[in-house]
Write a protein that binds this ligand. Sequence first.
Ligand code: ADP
Ligand code: MG
Length: 655
Amino acid sequence: MPHIEQLSPHVADLIAAGEVVERPASVVKELVENAVDAGAHTVTVEVQSGGMALIRVTDDGCGIAPGEVETAFLRHATSKIRSEYDLEAIGTLGFRGEALAAIASVARVELLTRRGEDTLGTALTLEGGVVTGREEAGCPVGTTLLVRDLFYNTPARLKFMKKDAVESAACLAAVQRQALAHPEVSFKLIKDGKQELLTPGDGKLRSALYAVLGRDLALGFLPVEGSGDDLSVSGFASLPTCCRGTRGYQFFFVNGRYIKSKTMTAAMEQAYANQKMVGKFPGCVLHLTTRLNAVDVNVHPTKQEVKFGSERQVFSAVYYAVLSALGADQSRPAAVVEAPRPHDTVTQRQTALPLHDFTAPRTSGTPRTPLTVPGGGTWSAGRTGARPWTPPAQSAAPTRSRDAGTAAPPPPMPESSREERREPPATLRQTENVAAPVSPPPGGGAPHPADPEPRRAEVPAPAEERPELPWRVAGELFRTYIVVEQGEKALLIDKHAAHERMNFDRMRAQDYTPMSQELLVPAVFTPAPEEGAALLEHLETLDRLGFEVADFGGGSLAVRRAPDYVDPGDIEATLTEIAGKLLATGSAGEAERRDELLHTMACKAAIKGGWKSAPEELERVVRAVLSGAVKYCPHGRPVAIELTRAQLEKQFKRA
Ligand code: ADP
Ligand code: MG
């Protein structure tokens, strides 16, 4: 064995640098965080060749005192904490005093900085962590950090760098996160001479969201807000219909710091249970604000993971905030009318989506101290109208069933009479709505909820309340879509999807007992062995769903009782589907399995698309949809879309 020796400071620095500076994007992250901590209002980031050739971060923050520029590059040198006690309540993004030392040890660095009170600034150059030059310099107040030839002295690290395009994308992502974390700061990113991002820095999260995601994507987000004893949650989350194939649009922040949190991810996604499509993920930009000492940020070198004092409290806060935002949302997807020629296309989707007040809860920032405790000024948690979350009671769906309860839950809907099913399509029935909801039509025509012209303002105006206008069923299309006329709008309702949701909510309510009937002749069938075993293992569950199943011997099962809405000819298929779900949810929790099974039952109990339905059935569905309680089917498909008179007039060139 060779002898044991302490490594030279240079080698120790290189090793430490590996933890903090993994790739160009880590440099960007650290420098931008320093700029934010310095109270900058504007931060400009330039990268060339993926950041490998050059990274320059310029801010208009407080600058560094001439006597401290060298110190800033020493390891464990920081202005942000002083004692071990400060570690318990960290209010700045940085605190470890490692970033500048780490960056300088693996690159050629130039610093140019001036404080407001100094007439001259300082220029300092370093190479591989060693100061190579220092002079006084005239420069604006603030700091510019230039990092060239990253990893020039660590060839091993250099080998691991990806293509420039990949590295610059990572740099962009790093700036985007900071932009979403700090709407009060204006961020600009210039990549190889081209501006890639500019946020206004107006203090509104909504503006930052628009700048980062672009208008089209941003329109698919709903404002989220909630506050409780010690925590507040605010931001935006996807409409269930705007979920995407990846988790790439999930951003979580705690006290202004971008973090990754399994708890917050799980809580947010849980809020979409039974209203988003399988395999799709909601996006979000969620800010959690809490007492600084309720979260430990000193658990990870890049500070992207944190430890919460109470993960449970965080889960509830996020879950209920998102759940109530989804519950409060009354928007409906607009019908998209395709025009034959591209330049004629009306981009209804963009203009007709109901617009929300996206104004962020944050009052305009106090940038010099970007992070303060809740109530301390930077954040005003829980605006008017924000519904505080309640502690997680029994796991059942709290908000939804409450919402659904505003209109008395409809009694079980009689199934469309079976003999009618194979009839040819009926002519459209004109069903005048007798029991129409309350208020008379406002004189002089209702305001147009959808403006056919694209709005000029980047940020849409608040939506008006959905008026309770009288309505009538104008007919049914393809025995599938109910056409409802209300004020200046037509609503197309997918009758099966809507009824499926109504059933699902009813079945999920605690006191639901299925109406089931004894079969005159037991239905006997032979499922695949695995499926048969799954069914026999869950006889009690099947009983709760309304099926009495027994082992018939020889691998066959006998069904003696079944829910009355399941056609005898459909019993085998239904139980096979249930068996499949029992197998698929083997490792899932009880609640998730129950929901999966109820999806099947709700679907079976729903009026079917393509089949004739009684006018009263259709009206009941319409009423539920108009009440706002029914928005998505349990698989996340919308139950209704809107078509406005203005849209039609535009298409017919009347407007
Ligand atoms: P930390 O951010 O953890 O304190 P760094 O190594 O990133 O450590 O920075 C060291 C110190 O240099 C900071 O504490 C701060 O005082 C100073 N500093 C770094 N960047 C800037 C900047 N852009 N503006 C003003 N001061 C800065
Ligand atoms: Mg720092």
